[in-house]
Unconditional design. Structure first.
Lengths: 695, 172
């Protein structure tokens, strides 16, 4: 039902509409909200990992010039709802993790707020803390579901028996470390109370979800809370749900009604207060016959959650649907620890969960003496192995073949450690990518005719994904108007309800709502509307969604060069081919694919949060020590896509593209490093000490 | 301790009294309300606060504002107008060298200085012959732009944009 009849704007290579504002820095982000006489909030954080605050002496802090007040758990107002323990800020003297908010200074300048926060003298009764994730812990438990609502365990057939009787097996443990999202814009909120009305300028992936969460915490009707966020300086999941600082800013602002309070986390604070991806321990099993046909796939995942708020990353999901096999088991076990609250990070589940299995597929190919692309093609399922439903479209094989062609895979000598150029060992690797084609259940849009232009209004977000531009393209085609006559208004709860920018669902969801609103507008007002005419409509059900399994697929190819003497690793080439439905804007789409792959390369070689279990904090808590890829680390990353028409996913035929780019990259790089060196690295990141031949 | 300073920001004269501990970044953002310059780490690790001080790129977070007495400070907002953009600004738009946009003003300021450095023959760590003239190659641009982090991963487009603008600014 791809039924936007006229395709004039969709598919056009258009520059992003917010480009100039961002290039000049004049696009206002949350901290830069246009408010008068702001005050500044300086958070006080716990310096123990577990225990109780027994006292807070604020006398010295209050003497700092410009300090107005210090809020502590001993005097803070009682919140209406404390069911979400992450957001129950200053409601208890208990400390659940190091870095937790235990107070806030409100001051006339950010410097005074910060200086005074350091002067608050805190005494604690310390309790023993436990932050170590190990697969042999005796208190691992099975969560009721994994995020957002999938079964924790699944099984088909008898995988253990298949494993015991197969011609060839791979049974290995793979690990991914703790990762921090680290968007370039630190999380920031400006809060202003006017009576019982609250306005929040918040850096978020969803103004309406923030409104709902904060209204509940403060016991307000949702229409008393106004959330504004026209621009987001990156989120990658960490702004997909409000974190404690939003509540702290609102609590602080409530003590000085009528004056706005600004709170921006420091980069260091982001490592304990803005979410992160759990470390994962993945026990992967593959069993196959000599022809490479899989008999069994197993994926047993161990990961962590904070003790105060469960988040069970769905790492085992891709092993449920990627390849055909009659016998299968996937499990998730969690350790509840005295650690900061983990949460969403780009491609939750699929990103870590396609590392172990895709390296294991490479190991199996090596054991069989088979090309890793042929091995994947041989195990292509006819239907979704988990649900038994047909795929609405599945072009993994075409991605692998096309990618192989363009990357120059043909004639590759499969034996590892055989190509040397000077001091450099050279290899190539491949891995598959996957991400579900999600659509959220609800969103509403308005189309308004104003000053000779058509305006689409919806509380959607643009995290750099291109929403300002792509929604205008969709509105133009849905109205059958030139794109130059359409305008978009997003990022504000005064526009109709929009779902969160998460799960790569934005365009599929908001775009569908815009299409419905355009239809409603034309039905009501025809092609000759009067100024001010407006029509509102919501997303309708997509009955096809329950009949099909809907995913985007991709294939990623990496070239790795490893220095024979030092083990230094470079990735001179990364190439991805994706099948992700209709592409709305090739320019912004390419940026998303390439951006995801770049973050995947960063994950492959650099990223890891190093946790000090003695104290319960991330040691490398800044951008000098938590290494992300820099410009010089990324010489050549390219992405292409296949022309894919999926009639079932939604009226636009689009699949989300914000996350799939990071899925599989790390496995492709690790496989390329193995091909170069013969060293199999099963623990990310692939660093030189792990990859050095003959180590 | 407080001090009076005078400087020019994007051509506008500014006179203010400030705490001598204030960074140029906080002076611009919090005191003067000029938020074109971004705070990404406040520690000289990300490059988001890069501005041009008397034509050379500096990290505003590591520059004490009191040392800017008499300086000419240029932010990304002061480089050009929508009608007459700086070649780097135009090229960033053409090549989609940005996504979320938060690192972008710093990238743009850095790029303007990088092109000047290449034009003036300043070598980098990857210049093959430090006595010769550096070229406007991808490797040179990527190396010189590596102090500006971009989490969205726009690097390959940034390099393309800087080289494109460079053909206008540096020639060749």
């Amino acid at each position: 039902m791809t039924d936007v009849a006229q395709l004039g704007a969709i598919g056009r290579d258009l520059a992003r509409r917010d480009g100039w504002a961002k290039i000049t820095g004049t696009a206002p982000y949350a901290y830069e909200s246009p408010v008068r006489r702001p005050l500044f909030c300086g958070p006080v954080q716990a310096t123990i990992a577990r225990g109780t605050v027994t006292g807070m002496d604020t006398a010295a802090a209050l003497t700092v010039d410009g300090v107005i007040d210090v809020v502590t758990p001993f005097g803070a107002e009682q919140l209406a709802s404390t069911s979400d323990k992450e957001l129950a800020v200053l409601q208890t003297t208990d400390v659940a993790f190091r870095g937790q908010f235990i107070g806030a200074v409100i001051a006339e300048s950010p410097h005074a707020a910060r200086e005074a926060a350091d002067l608050v003298a805190v005494t604690y009764r310390t309790a023993e803390h436990d932050t170590r994730l190990r697969p042999d812990r005796d208190d691992l438990y099975t969560p009721d579901t994994v995020a957002p609502d999938f079964p924790a365990d699944t099984g088909q057939g008898d995988p253990d028996r298949a494993m015991a009787t197969a011609d060839v097996t791979v049974q290995q443990t793979y690990t991914t470390p703790m990762y921090h999202n680290n968007p370039m814009e630190p999380h920031a909120t400006t809060a202003l109370w006017d009576g019982s009305d609250l306005t929040l300028w918040d850096s978020t992936q969803g103004v309406h979800p923030v409104r709902a969460a904060i209204a509940e915490v403060f016991g307000l009707d949702e229409d008393r809370v106004h959330v504004v966020c026209p621009y987001v300086g990156g989120g990658f999941g960490s702004k997909g749900t409000p974190h404690a600082h939003v509540v702290l800013a609102a609590l602080a602002a409530r003590t000085i009604p009528g004056r706005p309070v600004k709170l921006a986390l420091t980069r260091q604070q982001m490592f304990s207060l803005a979410g992160y991806r759990t470390p994962t321990i993945q026990r992967v099993g593959l069993a196959a016959d000599r022809s490479g046909r899989l008999a069994a796939v197993t994926m047993d995942v161990v990961e962590q959650t904070s003790r105060i708020k469960e988040f069970a990353e769905q790492t085992g999901l891709p092993a449920r649907m990627m390849y055909a096999a009659p016998h299968r088991r996937t499990t998730h076990r969690l350790a509840a620890l005295d650690v900061p609250v983990n949460s969403w990070m780009r491609a939750p589940g699929e990103c870590p969960g396609m590392f172990g299995p895709e390296v294991a597929m490479d190991e199996l190919a090596v054991s069989l003496g088979m090309d890793p692309i042929e091995l994947r093609v041989r195990n292509e399922p006819d239907v979704d192995p988990e649900s038994g439903r047909p795929f609405s479209s599945r072009n993994l094989v075409a991605c692998l073949r096309t990618g192989a062609d363009r990357f120059g895979w043909a004639g590759r000598d499969p034996l590892p450690g055989r190509r040397r150029e000077g001091d450099w060992l050279v290899g190539t690797g491949v891995a598959a990518s996957v991400y579900p084609a999600n659509r959220m259940p609800a969103s509403t849009a308005v189309i308004r005719y104003q000053d000779g232009r058509y305006v689409a209004e919806i509380g959607a977000a643009d995290l750099g994904t291109g929403t300002w531009t792509t929604l205008a393209q969709i509105a133009a085609d849905a109205l059958d108007e030139p794109v130059e006559r359409t305008e978009v208004r997003i990022g504000d709860t005064r526009y109709p309800f929009a779902s969160v920018a998460g799960g790569s669902s934005g365009i599929a969801t908001w775009g569908s709502a815009v299409v419905e609103a355009a239809r409603e507008f034309r039905r009501k007002f025809g092609r000759d509307p009067d100024d001010g005419d407006a029509a509102e409509a919501s997303l309708t059900d997509n009955p096809a969604a329950s009949r099909y399994s809907t995913y985007a697929f991709g294939a990623q190819f990496a070239e790795a060069r490893v220095h024979a003497g030092t083990g230094e690793i470079r990735v001179p080439r990364l190439y991805g081919v994706f099948a992700a439905g209709r592409i709305v804007n090739p320019r912004t789409a390419r940026s998303q694919f390439v951006g995801g792959m770049t973050m995947g390369l960063s994950m492959a070689l650099f990223e890891q949060s190093l946790f000090d279990h003695r104290f319960g904090h991330v040691v490398n808590h800044d951008l000098a020590e938590y290494h992300i890829a820099t410009n010089a680390d990324v010489p050549d990353v390219r992405a292409d896509w296949l022309d894919e028409h999926d009639p079932h996913v939604n009226p636009l035929g689009t699949k989300g593209i914000g996350e799939i780019g990071i899925v599989g990259t790390a496995a492709a790089v690790a496989n390329a490093v193995h091909h170069a060196t013969g060293v199999r690295v099963r623990d990310l990141p692939v660093t030189l000490d792990r990859a050095l031949p003959g180590r | 301790m407080r001090a009076d300073i005078e400087l020019r920001v994007d051509g506008r004269p500014c006179r203010t009294t400030l705490d001598t501990r204030t960074s140029l970044l906080d002076l611009l953002r919090d005191d003067l309300g000029d938020t074109s310059v971004k705070k990404g780490c406040d520690h000289g690790q990300c490059g988001a606060c890069t501005v041009l001080r008397d034509g050379r790129r500096v990290l505003a977070c590591l520059t004490l504002a009191v040392t800017c007495q008499g300086s000419d400070v240029t932010t990304a907002a002061g480089l050009g107008s929508a009608e007459r953009p700086h070649p780097v600004q135009r090229a960033f738009g053409d090549h989609d060298a940005l996504q979320c946009g938060y690192c972008t003003p710093g990238q743009v300021c850095s790029a303007v200085a990088v092109l000047d450095e290449i034009r003036d023959g300043v070598p980098s760590a990857v210049t093959p012959d430090v006595a010769g003239r550096p070229e406007l190659s991808s490797a040179e641009v990527a190396e010189r732009m590596s102090g500006n982090l971009c989490r969205c991963g726009a690097y390959v487009n940034i390099v393309a944009a800087v080289r494109d603008a460079g053909r206008e600014v540096v020639g060749g």
